[in-house]
Design a protein around this ligand. Structure first.
Ligand code: NDP
Length: 471
């Protein structure tokens, strides 16, 4: 039997497309899927690429059909299925063979699996893959984690299948162990926030300005030619333009407003809390998905308190205000996301390459956008600096934050909820307040818990005279 260069387990949405992408780039690939009929159907539909694909019916056959040292990609749901596959493969593998988890793993699981590899198990890489079905088929963005020598073995395949930004493959080793999956998790957190901010502005146009979906689509389309140019704005223009064949209404108007999630946004928020890294825009986006899921409660709220959204006064907001506000929101959100990555890099000793992360996100992934190229440049100038202080983005914010304030204020007066955009604005205002209100927090903490405080005229661990006053 001719042996394949690489193996892949899990022919679902992503795995099937990745396997075709790998075969198309000239690599012979062997595949295995838990349900054998799926494998058979996959190969039957592989067309011209079928000769480069070996369908296998068992893990032992998959392993036998691979050249040593072997490299096997897992594309199965995160968590237990990954551990189960590693456990099933391990006895079949030889020294030097490698397992690559390409699903959306929690980076803490990837750290654990990398530790098991270091103790003598199969070599292990954790790679985050973004781009959805289309990206997997024609060029995803790939964020790697693991040992440099393991990455080097698989790098030619990953760089061949990855998206290219002006010829540069969007596939980079981010650092050791779970570093790649951590970066992918934050990518997804930013994705939640980007989507939420778009949905919020859509809501202002729909409910506050009574704009039909087709007009909203036209605006998104226009924004996609300016600083907001991005895949998510592009698809938002596309989905608002589509008409439902059954009802002849815009399809967005017949889609139930209950958002799903698989947990990567939540992981981002949890890790940010562990790291004390402020990412309010992403946290608000996760909260918004959770609240959207509570449809029955929301309906009860509307019945009890009356519907929140009201029409905005005529001329209160212009389309250019919305675009400028979105620009400000996007900068604030990404500044928070990169600051979280920077905090994780310090905490876990990863030396994460921030400019390279921005570069890897320029093509292939769901958050790809024109602005990421500017972010890559700003981060290359001074990687440790918060993006809001990079001159290019500081100038943008100076111009656009007033529109964000106008939007948030007008929306609040009219009951239009903008959790992500409003929390971005609140964070921005906190970041430009030299004298905050935390002195009050410190006084309260000292009053009830004798926690002590610093004085503005110097010295730490002072206490107030509360006890004397009966506190
Ligand atoms: P699908 O649900 O489409 O496919 C899952 C695949 O895993 C199927 O081949 C299924 O086999 C197999 N599988 C499920 N459970 C087990 C198990 N316990 N043991 C062995 N095989 C199993 O998932 P996706 O392709 O969408 O996702 C795969 C991974 O990629 C996930 O980690 C996901 O988070 C990640 N991802 C998904 C993206 C997307 O846009 N869909 C984007 C980026 C990452 P069977 O046919 O037998 O059911």
């Amino acid at each position: 039997m001719t042996q394949s260069e690489i193996g892949l387990i899990g022919l679902g949405t992503m795995g099937a497309m990745l396997a075709l992408n790998i075969a198309e780039k000239g690599f012979a690939i062997a595949v295995w899927n838990r349900t054998t009929e799926v494998t058979q159907r996959f190969v039957a539909n592989a067309g011209d690429l079928a000769p480069r694909i070996t369908a296998t019916q068992s893990l032992a056959e998959l392993v036998r059909s691979l050249k040593a040292p072997r490299a096997i990609i897992l594309m199965v749901p995160a968590g237990q299925p990954v551990d189960d596959q590693i456990a099933a493969l391990t006895p079949l593998l030889d020294e030097g063979d490698m397992i690559i988890d390409a699903g959306n793993a929690n980076f803490r699981d990837t750290n654990r699996r990398a530790q098991d590899a270091a103790k003598g198990g199969p070599q292990f890489l954790g790679i985050g893959v973004s781009g959805g079905e289309e990206g997997a088929r024609h060029g995803p963005s790939i964020m790697g984690g693991g040992r440099a020598q393991d990455w080097a073995r698989i790098e030619p395949v990953l760089q061949a299948i990855a998206a290219k930004y002006e010829g540069t493959p969007c596939a980079t080793l981010m650092g050791e162990a779970g570093a790649g999956h951590f970066v992918k998790t934050v990518h997804n957190g930013i994705e939640y926030a980007d989507m939420q901010m778009i949905a919020e502005v859509y809501g202002v146009m729909r409910d506050g300005m009574s704009m039909p979906a087709a007009a909203i689509s036209g605006l998104f389309d226009g924004w996609n030619k300016g600083p907001l140019q991005s895949y998510l704005i592009e698809i938002s223009a596309a989905v608002t333009a589509v008409v439902d064949q059954k009802t002849n209404r815009p399809i967005v108007d017949v889609i139930l407003d209950r958002a799903g999630q698989k947990g990567t946004g939540r992981w981002t928020a949890i890790e940010a809390q562990h790291l004390s890294a402020p990412i309010p825009v992403i946290e608000a986006a996760v909260m918004a998905r959770n609240t959207s899921a509570r449809l029955e409660e929301r309906l009860k709220g509307e019945a009890r308190f009356g519907a929140a959204p009201q029409t905005l006064p005529e001329g209160a907001l212009m389309p250019q205000d919305l675009e400028a506000a979105m620009i400000a929101g996007k900068i604030l959100c990404y500044a928070q996301g990169f600051a979280l990555i920077s905090a994780a890099s310090d905490e876990f000793g990863w030396a994460l390459p921030l400019p390279e992360i921005a570069k890897v996100w320029r093509e292939g992934c769901i958050i790809r956008s024109a602005m990421l190229n500017d972010m890559a440049q700003a981060l290359a100038e001074e990687p440790g600096r918060n993006l809001i202080f990079a001159p290019f983005f500081a100038d943008h914010l100076e111009k656009s934050h007033k529109a964000l304030r106008k939007l948030v204020a007008q929306a609040a007066l009219c009951g239009l909820p903008l959790p992500a955009l409003a929390s971005g604005l609140a964070w921005f205002d906190m970041m430009r307040t030299g004298r905050s209100t935390a002195n009050m927090i410190q006084a309260q903490r000292d009053f009830f818990g004798a926690h002590g405080f610093e004085r503005i005229d110097g010295g730490a661990d002072h206490h107030g005279p509360w006890a004397l006053q009966g506190g």
